[in-house]
Design a protein around this ligand. Sequence first.
Ligand code: HEM
Ligand SMILES: Brc1ccc(-c2csc3nccn23)cc1
Length: 405
Amino acid sequence: ESRAHSERLQHLEEFHVSEECGFVLPDPLAQLPDYYAPWTNVAANLPHLVETQQLRGEVAKMPLLSARHLRGHRQLRLAHLALGVITMGYVWQGGGRQPAKILPRVLAVPFCAVSARLGLPPILVYADCVLANWKKRDPRGLTVYQNLDTLFSFPGGDSSKGFFLVSLLVEVAPTPGLQAIPTIVKAVLRQDLCSVHTALQDVALAICRMQEAFTLIHEHVDPGLFFRTLRIYLAGWKDSSLMPEGLVYEGVWEAPRQFSGGSAAQSSTLQCFDILLGIPHSTAQGFSAEYLRRMRDYMPAAHRAFIQTLASGPSLRQFALVTGNAGLRAAFNQCVAALAALRSYHIQVVTKYITIPAGRCRAEQQLGGCVQEGASVRSDMGTGGTDFMRFLKAIRDSTHTAQLT
Ligand code: HEM
Ligand SMILES: Brc1ccc(-c2csc3nccn23)cc1
């Protein structure tokens, strides 16, 4: 059973995991066939259309296009990104005070058709606006911030571009570590202690590289713009006080449907390292584990399959425990410690970009300032309250306690 899984894991390309950029979509398409210009034109102009309250009018003028003419994975990913961007802008136009309750059929019908073909939900996801929303300014240049740009952005100025591109660089950084995963799985099956030890050093280094890339957030994202503006547009319509029923997808489903807002729990990279190291989010905190598992449904089908295949393979953790080899245990713990450190760093960033601005906003609200929409557009993202912070700390703590003593 495990052997079969380990065999399948040897060809990462099958799971759309690329040699040079991991779960990031290599060379995303930036243009669709002219027939789809109504979608890409509106999506490309979204910040302006939302800020001038014209978006809903523009959508009302859009023709109902058929998704049938979309060819290949990259066209589908670009279509899901463009329709996702327009959908978030359409629902949250006006900053979240009066969210739209109905998504018009010119958006809902093609968006659901494209989503079905990709195995994604009909809402903007991490795989859209982080993994497929980028291009190099100079195609021959390096994958560095200055040579990157997003394909689409939201209100919030350069901070929306910064948030997506820094996340992209964090996703590109650990690529050698992802390449080490099949090596580790095969070596565990062959009880090859030495190969596991060597490969674990690549994993630890990869996770450290993620944290290095993360530090760019301070340069490219402004806390105020992030909290007051960008955050609103990434909110979803599941368990949302502003949209308790969810959203009606006109022409697709009679009843309204609920879908979760954008979350990096949809990042396959972090979930892969959690599974490889056997980090037990599952037992420790019911909510976190359930939420992380549910977010797998918000990943592209091939990435979901990779995670499921890895989860059903042999346990590296048991192997490291059973061999009792001190060097192997140390290499394993170095990976776990690096992951816990990354999550601690992330919590510091979340404090600066959500908790502090939320506190300031509440203070201003007392004085009648700060036009913050309602309590919070998304309960788990930024009331400055405890629920998302408790979630992040629970995950960080269960990572920490996963060290082998
Ligand atoms: C301004 C910067 C950021 C803020 C304010 C922020 C905020 C949050 C919040 C509130 C959550 C919990 C709710 C949710 O899942 O959405 C979260 C989760 C998460 N974020 Fe971020 N984030 C930021 C940047 C990043 C970056 C650059 C990465 C790197 C890829 C990242 C990776 C994650 C991951 C993996 C999770 C899921 C929880 C976990 O696995 O630890 N975040 N973030
Ligand atoms: Br859609 C969408 C989904 C997730 C993100 C994202 C990138 S890093 C991060 N931490 C929390 C969320 N998050 C951005 C857009």
